[in-house]
Design a protein around this ligand. Sequence first.
Ligand code: BES
Ligand code: MN
Ligand code: ZN
Length: 483
Amino acid sequence: MIEVKAGGPVGEASADVLVVPVLGGRNWGPGADWVADQLGDYLTTYLDEIDFQGKAGSVASVPVRDRLDFKKVLLVGLGENPDEEQLRQGAGSAGKKVARDASIATTLHMVGDDSAAAVLEGLLLSQYRFDKYRTEKKPSKLEQITLLDLGDEAAAAAAHRAQIVAEAVNLARDLINEPPSAKPPSALVEMAHRVAGETGLDIRVYDPDHFEEEGFGGLIGVAAGSHEPAAMIVLRHDPPDPKGFIGLVGKGIVFDSGGLSLKPPAGMESMKTDMSGAAVVIATMQAVAALGLPVKVVGVTPVTENMPGGGAQRPGDVLTPRNGKTVEVLNTDAEGRLVLADGLSLVAEEEPDLIVDAATLTGACPVALGEKIAGLWGNTDEAIHKVEAAAKSAGEDVWHMPLPDFYRKNIDSDIADMKNTGPRYGGSINAALFLKEFVGDVPWAHLDIAGPARWPDDEHYQVKGGSGFGVRTLIRLVELAGE
Ligand code: BES
Ligand code: MN
Ligand code: ZN
């Protein structure tokens, strides 16, 4: 774990690298003014040569040799008036450039108010690597971050939160990046047990022997084509005198082949990530417990593989998920909504104040919003606003999408209460309308993370691959519920 400590004025800092902010138009941020004083013309000439103006996303690495007592100084461009997320991203860009150094001292957190936790999140998240399967590993060498000009208490508080958040996001990233046969449902069950053991969460796992009596018809249907036993995992954070009660549900398809409605090869390439929602929920539960948040939270993850084995469900089959509504399965590749039907019904029975699900549900969602924005649906304005506010505050991009009743007939079935497909147009909305059938009257919001669950490129604190998108929003959601 990277050590975080408080430090004094920038003039007394000691570290391998000094990291300071520069605002748009080359306006020195805190600490950068000191660097500019020390280096004089050398700095401005160098920055002119490399044309560094302090634009958001730019980082200048200034060699200082014997001029200053650092190996280098990083000037982090933040643009005009950076908000907290732009600061987090700037810290992430800087973090990528110090992964080979042992220690940094920074003043980035002096931009804006109470920014230390966001800066630390950016720095910590940017150090992530998934090189377990490489013979040559290049782990981050960063060991120590000094937050200059900050009191011990403020630094400790920011470090506490940022470490827990980054650990949770990285847990989700690890689970998502893991190859499919290395993470059968049993492995996720084991992981959930480990998380519960370490954090004191209560855990209950339903195994396939009990699916019938529990009424998990959706999970039974999807799991039927796989040799791997499925599981319904329920994690519970139950503090005394809770300030609220939130239910979380995450789609846990450890590999989505499409089932008998088999996907074409290209469509299958990324389908090990189809358990991202479950990873996000398990990681959030870990953080909620570690932070000791004063809110009751139940995290439900239906986990299975979607395979076309001899026992697989057939297009035309009818399933009955836990709340008793019947579903005609016309496309076995629309499996996420089937397992979520059981998960949502289960948690809705406990009547939380709010249910939020996260799922890599539809390919149509990234078609609409691109790969870096999640779709957001909900059955009440308040539920939607709560998730929007949490996402905004956490620095994750979500976009509110419509859930019109006049599209409900898109999922009418000829023989059952509904079918699991609909027309191609509005595919993400049809899926959300399906989920809505399983939450009863409980306020509910749905995040379709099919795009951002995997980050398509390396940028700022993001690393190409499993992103853990949603963890920060859900942690913030629970924090806000406890305020
Ligand atoms: N897991 C997929 C959705 C997905 C696609 C996530 C691409 C990430 C990237 C989901 O189970 C699925 O296959 N959905 C179908 C639904 C359709 C059959 C109604 C889809 O989006 O094509
Ligand atoms: Mn599918
Ligand atoms: Zn899927």
